[in-house]
Structures are given as C-alpha cells and as structure tokens.
Design a binder for this molecule. Structure first.
Ligand code: HPA
Ligand code: ZN
Length: 353
C-alpha cells in the first residue's frame, strides 16, 4: 500500500539517522523456504496423500472402500485428534510392493525439496507392513531406493530410521531388529513410535541396547502431554541414552532436565502443527522458551498428509504463534543440521551452505 507523500521519511527529508527502525516482522514463507534445513521427525507412512493412496490401491486391486480422491480425503482424520492412530495404520493397506514404498518416499522427498530441505531422516514402521504379510525386504528396499536417488534427484541427503511400534511386544521389536541386520547399511538408526500409553521406554531397553551394539543411532518418541511424559523423558535420557528425543516438549516441566538436554546438545524434534492437532495446542510457548534457553529444538512435520502442513508451514505457523524473529528461525534451521546424524565433515559443509 502506497503511503501519502507527507508521511514519507527518507534522506531527502530527515536524513538516514532519523529514519525509524523497521518493526520486527514474522519471517515470511519465502524466507523459511529459502533456509537450508534438515527434517528429522517425519513418518513416511504419514506422507500418504489421498491421491497416491487411491492410485496405489487401484493398481494393487485393493478395495479401500472409496473410489474418488474426495472420498479418500473425507476419511482422513482431520476432525478428531483421538482418531489419529486407530485410523493411521489401516490406511497403509494400499502399500504393498517395493515400488509403492519407493513412490511414497519419492513423493515426500519432492515436497521436502520444495520446502528447502537438504537432509532428511525419515521414520518408517516395518511392523505396520510385515504384520499384514508384506515382506520386510520390500519395505526397506523400496524406501531405500528413493533415499539413494535423493541427492541427484532432489538435492537431499536422505536416510532411514526404523521405528518399532511400542504397542507391540518387545519380542516383536527384537525380531524386527534382527530382520534389519542384512540391511544394516541402508538404515541410520532406530526409533520408537505409536501409542505411548502403558508402553514406556523401559519396555524396549534391551532392544535399544542391542541396536546400539549394532551401530544404530537411537531416538524415541516422548509424545506430548502423555501420562508420565516427564518420567519417560528422564528414562530415555538416563537409561536408554538416546541421541535425540522426538517431541519431548514436556521436558519444560523439569528445569533440571532442561539443563541436561542443553548440556548434552541433544536435539528435540518438535512438530507444531501435529501438536495442535493432537492436543489443541501448538506448544509454541514451550518450544520458543526452549529455543531461547539454548536447547537444540528443531521444527518438523511428523505426518504431513494427515496434519496438513509440510515442514516450511510448520516453521511459519510456529513463528507466527510465538512471534519469532528471523534470527530465531535461522537458529531453528541451524539446530536441525546440528541435531542430524550427519558425520562431522558433511555436517560442517551443510551448516556452511
Ligand atoms: N507419535 C506416535 N506415533 C506416531 C506419531 C507420533 O507423533 N506419528 C506417527 N506415528
Ligand atoms: Zn512422530
């Protein structure tokens, strides 16, 4: 909007030193997209958009109960937080072959590249597929083919993190871990997701100890506002010895634990839009407070096909809700690179870029 001439200030009228400083503004979507960043909390199965789901179902001859994209979209649980996990796993039936997993990951990587992602560590849930009779090998080879092509095709260094379903048994997790051993070179680390209620981290202590022996990096979800969230965060830090915590925002309940996370330089992978979906609160105050206190908080999209925002939208939503400056947003992007599983030299290169 053009201002009337009499309001104009500038060198001709009052000199540069009298010009008021521009008011701080929320960084724009364009600014956020232009920042090189890593995405570290992203479930590949949570990127299954309605159009791809329908196309894969039709290709595989699977009746998912809908025959148009609009009908599939209407089944996505945008309207009810508590419905998320019970709807999420059945939605995966459309995924059957290695090509299907390849296409899913490739579509995500294209979206991520458009948001300025240069490094992605992508969760996948093999038990959600092997429990339906899909071979482990089809899942991991399909996803890995997309990851291997990602540097040349999308300009992204892409890696896989195998997540165990915490509402399945520790025995099932142990079997899944052993099934991964022939594919060890294709998997960066292991994580833990699904329903945290009554499935605390201790349940998987032995599985994670074995994963560490195998050379995997370790991370675990500590979901938002769970019963015992703070105890679970303490356990993953003190007993499991994770390299990162997924969500973990409830750490603010114990300032001494915040100090531990800061001193160890541990990354917390927060997901603002997902938070607002599952708890009616983005947790912007908590995330911004952790950022200000020097904790390596990062911003991620979690399950963007379901929660309706890829990573850049998560940065913008958080920046608007918390009133973050451009410098704070740059710090979030820097944290994402520094919390990644990159080895030192590529990490330094990525930070420099
Ligand atoms: N928490 C637990 N399980 C999940 C999530 C999450 O954020 N996303 C997909 N599965
Ligand atoms: Zn998650």
């Amino acid at each position: 909007r053009r201002r009337p001439a009499r309001e104009q200030t500038g060198p001709g009228r009052s000199g540069p030193s009298r010009r008021p400083l521009p008011a701080p503004t929320t960084p724009t979507r364009e600014f956020v997209t232009g920042l090189p960043k890593a995405e570290l909390h992203l479930h590949l199965e949570g990127t299954l958009e309605p159009d791809l789901k329908l196309r894969l179902a039709q290709r595989n001859g699977i009746d998912i109960g809908q025959s148009t994209v609009e009908e599939v979209r209407a089944t996505y649980p945008f309207d009810s937080p508590t419905r998320f996990l019970p709807e999420y796993y059945p939605a995966m039936e459309a995924l059957q072959t290695a090509d299907d997993f390849y296409e899913l990951a490739d579509a995500y990587l294209a979206r991520a590249a458009a948001d300025g992602v240069k490094h992605a560590e992508m969760f996948f849930d093999p038990q959600a597929h092997t429990s339906r009779g899909v071979p482990f090998e089809a899942v991991v080879t399909g996803y890995h083919r997309a990851a291997a092509e990602a540097p040349s095709k999308h300009g992204i260094d892409a890696h896989l993190i195998l997540c165990f379903l915490r509402d399945h048994s520790a025995q099932s997790a142990a079997e899944t871990l052993e099934a991964s051993v022939p594919f060890r070179d294709k998997i960066l680390g292991v994580g833990l997701d699904s329903d945290e209620r009554d499935n605390p981290p201790q349940k998987f202590a032995d599985v994670f100890a074995r994963a560490r022996e195998l050379g995997y990096r370790l991370t675990m979800h500590c979901d938002i506002d769970q019963v015992g969230s703070i105890d679970n965060i303490r356990t993953v830090l003190d007993e499991i010895g994770v390299d990162r915590v997924d969500h973990g925002t409830n750490v603010v309940e114990d300032p001494a634990l915040v100090d531990v996370v800061r001193e160890r330089g541990l990354g917390l992978t927060t997901c603002p839009i997902s938070n607002s979906f599952v708890t009616d609160d983005m947790k912007a105050t908590e995330i911004a407070g952790l950022l200000r206190s020097g904790v390596r908080v990062t911003v991620n999209s979690d399950d963007p096909a379901y929660f309706g925002g890829y990573v850049a939208e998560n940065y913008v939503a958080l920046a608007e809700a918390a009133g973050l400056t451009a410098q704070a947003v740059v710090q979030l992007a820097r944290n994402s690179v520094e919390s990644s599983g990159l080895r030192v030299s590529p990490r330094a290169a990525a930070r420099a870029r």
